[in-house]
Design a protein around this ligand. Structure first.
Ligand SMILES: NC(=O)c1ccc[n+]([C@@H]2O[C@H](COP(=O)([O-])OP(=O)(O)OC[C@H]3O[C@@H](n4cnc5c(N)ncnc54)[C@H](OP(=O)(O)O)[C@@H]3O)[C@@H](O)[C@H]2O)c1
Length: 269
């Protein structure tokens, strides 16, 4: 069934991020009514003023129960039909040096919060004619990548959650999607990560490419969508023949460590 964009009321988490702003702009152009969330009121207000159409902003930290209460209350009043979980943070470097509070914050933001929000908003989405949940994962939700251990854990978890929920709701009016961008030009990536990607020859997409992919994925009703070649091929190979990817990435390990281990990271960021 074609999506009636102008009938959609969409909660977009991470709306003020690089990918979030591009998605907000694309959906607003299509006539979607947006509920924009992030933790910074000034950034949210600037985004709201830049968009065509009528939208709502909610300033909230989605890792807290209080923040989620605020978001859910607005979604209830606005008759939500679409949820896009895009808020995310990252952490790079040797696993042993990552402070425990950063591990907790990353898993709370990238995994626990989208799961909790989805659970709380599902009853509202089920009241819509057709409901949509789109979880923004990553290529690193399918490929374990050195110096990204906790981020990979969060995105592997999000991919598993999305797949299981999508199958659980297969006979319902709520469709669940997983969108996996590859490296994208946003502030989530430190200068060290950008330099590492250049050294490895990894492409970095403009955020608009992710927004276009999200719209195409929904229009084509594809449960999973991986952006970019060769990343989408590696994600598949890693699923069936991970030893091949082990060998390919082992050759890249000295380069990854040169940019992302603690000795060099500080100089570059
Ligand atoms: N950029 C990439 O290379 C890339 C590649 C693959 C996947 N992704 C995924 O794409 C998504 C968007 O990333 P991005 O590149 O747009 O990152 P970004 O530019 O750093 O934006 C992150 C967004 O998340 C919000 N956020 C973070 N913690 C939050 C919290 N506790 N409560 C509410 N909002 C919070 C931030 O808002 P405030 O900090 O203002 O609250 C901001 O709007 C993430 O899930 C990321 O993992 C990104």
């Amino acid at each position: 069934m074609a999506i009636l964009w102008q009938e959609q009321v969409c909660l977009l988490t991470g709306a003020t991020g690089g990918i979030g702003k591009a998605v907000a702009s694309k959906l607003a152009e299509l006539g979607v009514s947006l509920i924009l969330t992030g933790r910074n009121t000034d950034k949210l207000t600037a985004l709201l003023e830049s968009l065509p159409g009528q939208h709502t902003l909610v300033c909230a930290d989605i890792t807290t129960e209080e923040g989620r209460d605020k978001v859910v209350a607005v979604c209830h009043d606005r008759h939500l039909s679409m949820l896009i979980n895009s808020a995310g943070i990252t952490e790079t470097g040797d696993f042993k040096t990552i402070p425990a509070p950063r591990i907790d914050a990353l898993l709370m933001t990238n995994l626990n919060a989208p799961i909790a929000l989805t659970q709380r908003l599902l009853p509202i989405l089920q009241r819509a004619r057709q409901g949509y949940v789109i979880n923004v994962g990553s290529t690193f939700g399918s490929i374990g990548f050195a110096c990204h251990s906790v981020y990979c854990a969060s995105k592997f978890g999000l991919r598993g959650f999305t797949e299981a929920l999508s199958r659980e709701l297969a006979n319902s009016n709520v469709s669940v999607f997983y969108l996996a961008p590859r490296a994208t030009q946003t502030d989530i990536n430190s200068a060290a990560v950008v330099s590492m990607n250049q050294a490895l020859g990894n492409q970095m997409d403009p955020p608009g490419r992710v927004a276009d992919a999200l719209v195409e994925q929904l229009q084509r009703n594809k449960a999973r969508w991986f952006i970019g070649f060769p990343e989408k091929l590696f994600a598949r190979i890693n699923g069936v023949l991970p030893e091949l990817v082990d060998r390919a990435l082992a050759k890249k390990l000295p380069t990854i460590q040169r940019f992302l281990t603690s000795a060099t990271k500080e100089k570059l960021s």
